[in-house]
Design a protein around this ligand. Structure first.
Ligand code: SAJ
Length: 414
C-alpha cells in the first residue's frame, strides 16, 4: 500500500476540486470515477466542467505527478467519497452511489485506513457505511479490539459555493464528524493541509445534520420571502421594497423571493431531514412545499396576462438556477419556460439565457420555443417574465420595456 496516498472517489463538482487542492498541497492523490470522459480529461491535466481556477490546479498537480485518475479503486491510506446522493420517490435519500463506492473500497482494505464521506448525506449515512464495511470485513474493527486491525470513518461535508469553490475550500470553516474521536482527529490532519479556516470536530451524525441544517435554514428563509411575495401581491404592495425596509432592522435578514428554489443542494437536502424525522420536521417540510409551489404561482400570473392576447409572444428571461452561471439543473426557470410552452401552444416562447449557446433538450423538443438574444426577445415580446437576475438583464434599457406586460420575479427592474 502506498503509505500516504489519498483516493478521491467521484471526480465531480466537489471531488475533483478536493483532489486537486490536496495534490497541490503535497498530498499524492488518485482520483477515481466511473466516467471515461472525466478520467481522461484529468489525466490530460484538463477539467471536464467549468469552475474558476480549477483548471490551473489540475494542470499543475498532474504535471508534477501528484494527481492521476483511473476507473478502478486503488489501495490507499485514506479514501474520500464524494459521489452524488439524490433522492428517490418519496424524497428518501438514495445511498446507492455511496454503497457502490464503499463496495469497491472494501476489497482494498488492509487495516489502518480512514474512510471519509464528503457527499451530503442523510443522518446515519456514515454509520451505515461503516456497518457495510464491517459486515463484509469482520477481520477489521472500529477500535482495534480483539487484535483486529482498525478501520476509521469520518463525515466531512463540503460547504463550498459553485463558482467560488477553489477559494471557499481554503477559507470556509469545516465540520469534521468522526465515528470515533481519533477518526475525527486524523481527518482534521488531512484537511489542515489546505484549509486555512477553523476545523470543528464533532460526531458523524451531528456533522451530517449540520450540513443539512445550513441548507434548510436558507430554504426556510427563502420560503418566508416567497410567501411574503404572495401576500404582498394580494395586498398590492411591492415585496422587494417591503423586504428592504424590514431588513433595515438590525436583527432581521430576509432573503429574496424568486420563481422557486433550484440547484441540487437547497431544493434536495431539507428532504433528508424530513425523511429522517417526518413527524417533527413540519416547518422544514412546509418551506419545501412553499418553494416548490412558487413556479405554479408565476405560471398563473403569466396565464392571466396571456389570456388577453390571441397569439401572445412571451419572453422568458433566464433558464439557469441562479444568476451568472450556466447550470440548469433543477432550475425553476427552465421548468416554468417548458410549462409556458406546453400550456400555451398558441404562444411563441422566446427563451433567453446568455450563458448557453443552444436550447437544452427539454425545450428543444418543443415547437414553439426558440433561444433568442436578450434585446431581440424584448423587442418582439408582448409579455416579459424575468426569471433569473443575470447581470445582463439588470442593464437592459428601461425604455425598451415600456408598453410590455412585465412579470419581474426577481425585482430586478423595480
Ligand atoms: N435563492 C433565492 N433567493 C435568495 C437566495 C437564493 O430564491 O435570496 C435561490 C437561488 O435562485 C437558487 C437557490 O435558491 O435557485 C439556491 O441558490 P443558493 O445560492 O442559495 O445556493 P447553492 O445551491 O448554489 O449552494 C448552497 C450553499 N449553501 C448555503 O449557502 C447554506 C453552498 O454553501 C453549499 O455548499 C451548497 O448549497 C451545497 O453544495 O450544498
Amino acid at each position: 500500500m502506498t503509505a500516504k496516498t489519498v483516493a478521491v472517489i467521484g471526480l465531480g463538482y466537489i471531488g475533483l476540486p478536493t483532489a486537486a487542492i490536496l495534490a497541490t498541497n503535497g498530498v499524492k492523490v488518485v482520483g477515481v470515477d466511473v466516467s471515461d470522459r472525466h478520467v481522461d480529461a484529468v489525466n490530460r491535466g484538463e477539467v471536464p466542467f467549468v469552475e474558476p481556477d480549477l483548471a490551473t490546479h489540475v494542470a499543475g498537480a498532474v504535471s508534477q505527478g501528484m494527481l492521476s485518475a483511473q476507473k478502478e479503486t486503488p489501495k490507499a491510506s485514506t479514501y474520500i467519497v464524494a459521489v452524488p446522493t439524490p433522492f428517490k420517490d418519496g424524497y428518501e435519500a438514495d445511498l446507492s452511489y455511496i454503497d457502490a463506492a464503499t463496495d469497491a473500497i472494501i476489497p482494498q482494505l488492509e487495516g489502518g485506513e480512514l474512510l471519509i464521506l464528503e457527499s451530503t448525506s442523510p443522518p446515519g449515512a456514515t454509520v451505515h457505511m461503516a456497518q457495510r464495511v464491517l459486515q463484509a470485513r469482520p477481520d477489521l474493527s472500529l477500535d482495534g479490539s480483539n487484535d483486529r486491525p482498525l478501520v476509521q470513518f469520518a463525515h466531512c461535508p463540503e460547504r463550498v459555493l459553485p463558482g467560488r469553490v477553489m477559494i471557499e475550500l481554503v477559507t470556509n470553516d469545516r465540520i469534521i464528524g468522526g465515528l470515533t474521536p481519533e477518526a475525527a482527529e486524523r481527518a482534521r490532519d488531512l484537511y489542515e493541509t489546505f484549509c486555512r479556516a477553523e476545523l470543528h470536530l464533532t460526531d458523524a451524525t451531528t456533522a451530517e445534520m449540520a450540513k443539512l441544517t445550513e441548507n434548510s435554514f436558507r430554504d426556510v428563509n427563502i420560503a418566508f420571502a416567497n410567501e411574503l411575495s404572495i401576500i404582498a401581491e394580494r395586498l398590492e404592495i411591492n415585496v422587494f421594497e417591503l423586504i428592504d425596509l424590514a431588513n433595515k432592522h438590525p436583527r432581521v435578514n430576509i432573503l429574496q423571493p424568486g420563481p422557486g428554489v433550484g440547484g441540487h443542494c437547497i431544493a434536495v437536502d431539507p428532504w433528508f431531514i424530513v425523511s429522517a424525522a417526518p413527524e417533527e420536521a413540519r416547518l422544514i417540510r412546509t418551506a419545501r412545499e412553499v418553494n416548490d409551489h412558487k413556479p405554479e404561482v408565476v405560471l398563473g400570473k403569466v396565464a392571466a396576462r396571456a389570456d388577453r392576447y390571441k397569439e401572445p409572444v412571451i419572453a422568458a428571461l433566464g433558464l439557469a438556477f441562479k444568476p451568472d452561471i450556466d447550470d440548469l439543473r433543477e432550475s425553476p426557470a427552465l421548468e416554468i419556460t417548458k410549462q409556458l410552452a406546453q400550456r400555451h401552444p398558441e404562444a411563441r416562447i422566446l427563451a433567453v439565457e446568455p450563458n448557453i449557446d443552444e436550447l437544452p433538450p427539454a425545450l428543444n423538443a418543443l415547437d414553439n420555443v426558440t433561444l433568442e438574444p436578450t434585446a431581440e426577445a424584448i423587442r418582439q415580446a408582448d409579455i416579459i417574465v424575468l426569471l433569473v437576475d443575470h447581470r445582463e438583464f439588470k442593464h437592459v434599457d428601461r425604455r425598451l420595456l415600456a408598453e410590455k406586460a412585465l412579470i419581474d420575479t426577481r425585482g430586478v427592474w423595480r
